[in-house]
Each structure stands twice: as C-alpha cells, then as structure tokens.
Design a protein around this ligand. Sequence first.
Ligand SMILES: NC(=O)c1ccc[n+]([C@@H]2O[C@H](COP(=O)([O-])OP(=O)(O)OC[C@H]3O[C@@H](n4cnc5c(N)ncnc54)[C@H](O)[C@@H]3O)[C@@H](O)[C@H]2O)c1
Length: 247
Amino acid sequence: MSQLANQVAVVTGAGRGIGRAIALKFAQEGADVVCVSRTAENSEKVANEIRALGRKAWAHAVDVSDATAVAAAGEKILADTTRVDILVNNAGVTKDGLLMRMSDADWDTVLNTNLKGAFSFTKAFSRAFAKQRSGRIINISSVIGLMGNAGQCNYAASKAGLIGFTKSIARELAGRGVTCNAIAPGFIETDMTNVLNEEMKTALLKQIPLNSFGSADDIANATLFLATPAARYITGQVLTVDGGMVM
Ligand SMILES: NC(=O)c1ccc[n+]([C@@H]2O[C@H](COP(=O)([O-])OP(=O)(O)OC[C@H]3O[C@@H](n4cnc5c(N)ncnc54)[C@H](O)[C@@H]3O)[C@@H](O)[C@H]2O)c1
C-alpha cells in the first residue's frame, strides 16, 4: 500500500523515538521525508534508513526553539523539495519539577521547544500550504496537555497550548484546504519515558484501561491516518492514543 505516494513530509524530532517511527512509517507508505533533529548525526541516520527504503530523504540539524534557524531551514527545505505536503511537529522535551522549584530557564526551554517550535515550523510552511491549497499539519501534543500533571506544569502548558494552536490554525487555513490536527499520546515507551522508575511505571499502568504502554508505532499509525486522504474531512481535532487513559 502506498497511501502517501508522491507526497513530501517534514517531521521534526525525527532522530529517534516517535518522530523516527513516523518518518519511517511515512516512507514505507511512499512519502519522501525531511528529517529534522537537533543533531546532524541523528537526522542523517534516520534519513539513511529512509533512503534504504527507496525513498528520498533530507537531513537537517535545527534547534526548533530558534525561530531564525527554523525560518532559514524552511526556505532551504522548500528549495530542495519544491513542495511540502505534510508537516509533523513532533520535537519535544521535558524539564520536570514542582512549580515552587521550577527555574525560568526550564519553563522557557519547554515552552520554546514544544510550543514555539511548532509555531515557527507551521509559519515557515503556511504560505506554501495556502498557495498550493492543500496541506496536512499534525501536532504531537500529550494527554498531559488535557489532564495536567504534578511536576510538569511547563510541559502541560506547552501541550495544552499546542491544542489551542491546532484549533486556531485549523480555522485559519481550512478555507485553503489545509487541515490541522493534534495527537495526544498517553504513555509511550521511548527514551523520554525510560527515565521513569518501575514504581512510577506500575502506578501509571493502573491508569490505563487497556493495561499496557503504547509503542512509537501506535503513534505513527495514528499520524499516518491523519496524513492520508481518508482523513480529508477531519480538522481541528485532538486524537488521544493512550489505551483509554482519557475518555
Ligand atoms: N513518550 C511519551 O510517552 C510521550 C507521550 C506524550 C507525548 N509525547 C511527545 O511525543 C514527542 C516525541 O517524544 P519521544 O517520546 O519520541 O521523545 P524523545 O526524547 O525520544 O524524542 C524527542 C525528539 O525531539 C527532538 N528535539 C527535542 N528538542 C529539540 C529541539 N529544540 N530542536 C529539534 N529537535 C528537538 C529530540 O532530538 C528527539 O529526536 C514529543 O513532543 C513528546 O512530548 C511523548
């Protein structure tokens, strides 16, 4: 099956975890993929995995929190690919701590990466999407943006902000045939969650009706669906992929 044949996708945070799974899934479905990651080493590694699948790939080392660097990367990407059809804003970080102990730097890093990064990348391609009268924007939020979490006020604010951003962009660009949706993953086994100890994982499992953690591939499958023609009539939505944590 080639659900994304002849499409070009940009995936941020594609160097590992969920972003890598999305980039590879898209390539398996026939898309050419621009891999954006913090380090050239990681983005190039995944770009090579995509080339091995017979698709075109471009690797970019960009800090998504640096608006000037994102604008420059956006121009370079459009020059290289001539067209972008899908943007997945996936890059994200956590800097956990209770409010009383949270530094301004930890607040700023998380908001600037998770929320401003998506703003800058979406802005970089919005004109091209509007002009071609098509485009899919998929923002990777989190169930924490819906539920909140003690010790993650910066992360929760960034992910809730991403949901408001998604709905606003969906309304702004709908008239141009562009959709914008968010995915809210629950607990997904990646490097980001490997830092949690067994006690925390056992407590988390009790909150998941399907009684298991998710995989990066679970998120990649949902992201693929929102990128395919089958989702053409869906915009401004938040799809939770969380084993039933939020319902
Ligand atoms: N793992 C989970 O349980 C879970 C749950 C909900 C949401 N999410 C979200 O899914 C996304 C991917 O998470 P993951 O679990 O794969 O995490 P990860 O830490 O394995 O991967 C995050 C990726 O984002 C990149 N990144 C971080 N800051 C960046 C920056 N400033 N510029 C460019 N790239 C940057 C990293 O290099 C990495 O490739 C994140 O937005 C995360 O918040 C994850």
